[in-house]
Design a protein. Sequence first.
Length: 63
Amino acid sequence: MPTKPETKFTIIVALGMAFGALCVILGVRGSNYALLGAGILALVSGAVLLSMMLHRWSSKTKR
């Protein structure tokens, strides 16, 4: 079954955000600020990518 590029992108971004959440949890538990910062960066960038994708998708459906 072929998948759309949007679906692959969403899955990759969601996995990256899950990894970011894991990094935040491990960074807080171990007082590792580098790991915490990397996790926050992954979560924020994933949220930005998802919001950009949703905005693009909604603008395509309005046409």
